[in-house]
Write a protein of this length. Sequence first.
Length: 244
Amino acid sequence: MDSSQEEAFKPPYGSFRTFWAFVASLAEKPLPPRIDRSMLDSKSGTDQLAILSALKAFVLVAGEDQRVQPSLTALVKADAEGRKPLLAEMLHRWYPRQIAISDEHGTEKMLLESFEKDFDLTGDTRRKAATWFLHAAHESGVPMSSHFPKLRPGQGGASTPRPRRVPKKKSSPNLPAASGDVKNTGAGGDDYTVKLQAGGTVTLRVNVGHFALSRHKQDREFVQGLIDALTAYESSPDDKGGES
């Protein structure tokens, strides 16, 4: 590659994780002679741009038709561990000043200044390009200066969805309880557990609310009868003599 191509390098600043996952996905099928947008139609417009800009930046594809280059073929043929040294070679080739600053235990400010000086990047674009570089270094195993910013989980990739907050259900008023252990089921009812004298337990699970039962006399009387039976058993004296 001639020096003019080296000088034209514009570091990617999209999502490194999106790019790296796409490279890995290419190994699932035979590699085509070119990478065009028909291979990215399942991606969002932002992800398409992130992938194509990285492929072009590192000359993994070339020309107007974005033909696959030997460097991309080598990445795709390698397994996950085998891609790491290839990625490290890419970083040493395309980010020589940034690697040198890291080796000298440089600071975050020095790293950002190098992106402005080498690539004419400023503001948020400069920060994103530096973050892409740091993620790639982390993936490849290239050590970085301890003064460089630490990467946060999910940074540089697709955002991690926040867990949904599930509102707590209000438990319905309990039915009259037996004297055994009573646990709310969290589903509008309760469990009634009584310990047997011979060992073990008997559990009555009522998963209907008290107000619902109050509208159905037959159900209410049936459930209440079961509860009364548990209550009576729990309160009865132990059979000291066992079976006769």
